[in-house]
Design a protein around this ligand. Structure first.
Ligand SMILES: [Mg+2]
Length: 303
């Protein structure tokens, strides 16, 4: 096997459980909008979903002011911003801070990969701003050499001037070079990984690619001749969370982030991101040596 020189990894449900955070965060935001406007929940949810579909992301942070439902309030943006948008934004952020965390061992593993002198690259189908925001929040951005995303969403015309100022000052950018790929590079197109291979000057065989989606991530690895490692743990999403996500998230957006429950498998599967290191070491599972003083089973007496 040619030696691996780079690890390319998917983000959502590979480095952190995206569903575990996005469901309570979106629900908290809708709760807030219900309270501040008195509008029926069904109208709020449906108008937000329409915006999420348009922008291809349900982390589009300006969904409220882009939605048709809230247009009447926009006549006076200052009061709308203070009484509706700001509380909703804070509700989302507070749930995100609580529930968005990397899977166990992710940070240590990324650091260990860097320490081994490997190039570390993220390849995600999230829009550039959403991916950067998540990596910054998780403090994972500085552990990558580069991040490849889909195109960023634009700022709306009507936006808090402070947000526009911060955006223009680069306040929301991650501490890592970010490449915005064209929209048609969305996985399972192998174009994104091909671009990364070109930029790194590597062949597919020199790359280990990790992702949770058998139908979107593994074909990318296969097409490029990379070693595909299936983050099977990322597909363990409870039925309850899938159902709640379906209420609040546009279907095509959900499919971008969450693998369908499918019987299709990939032969090289891991149950924790930390096992990327084991795969690199070419390890096979062995029975751990018995500890000294370990309790031994008593021999059963013959009758
Ligand atoms: Mg994923």
């Amino acid at each position: 096997m040619p030696s691996i020189r780079a690890v390319v990894t998917d983000l959502d449900n590979t480095l952190y459980p995206w569903v575990d955070y996005v469901v309570p965060s979106l629900e908290a935001m809708v709760d807030s909008l219900e309270t501040t406007t008195g509008l029926p929940r069904i109208r709020i949810v449906q108008s937000l979903k329409a915006v999420y579909s348009k922008f291809g992301s349900n982390e589009y942070p300006f969904a409220i002011q882009e939605s048709e439902l809230f247009k009447p309030y926009e006549r006076d943006f200052d009061s709308f911003n203070a009484l509706v948008i700001d509380p909703a934004r804070k509700a989302f952020k507070s749930a995100r801070d609580r529930y968005l965390h990397p899977y166990p061992g992710v940070k240590e593993t990324l650091q260990a990969l860097m320490d081994r002198g490997l190039k570390l690259v993220a390849l995600t189908d999230a829009p550039r701003n959403a991916a950067e925001g998540r990596l910054r929040t998780l403090k994972l951005d500085t552990l990558f050499h580069a991040v490849y995303t889909l195109p960023a969403y634009p700022l709306p015309d009507n936006v808090d001037p402070e947000i526009r100022r911060k955006e223009e000052a680069g306040h929301y950018r991650a501490g890592v070079p970010v490449v915005e790929l064209p929209a048609d590079h969305e996985k399972p197109s192998p174009a994104g990984l091909r671009r990364i291979l070109g930029d790194l000057g590597l062949t597919g065989e020199q790359v280990l690619y990790v992702g949770d989606n058998v139908k979107k991530d593994m074909p990318v690895a296969q097409a490029c001749g990379a070693l595909g490692v299936w983050a099977e743990y990322g597909t363990y999403v409870s039925k309850e969370y899938r159902d709640r996500l379906q209420v609040i998230s546009a279907g095509e957006v959900t499919r971008r982030h969450v693998a369908d429950a499918t019987p299709t498998r990939w032969p090289l599967a891991i149950s924790s991101f930390t096992q990327v290191l084991d795969v690199l070491d070419g390890s096979r599972w062995t029975r751990p040596a018995a500890r000294r003083g370990a309790v031994r089973a008593r021999p059963t007496r013959r009758r």
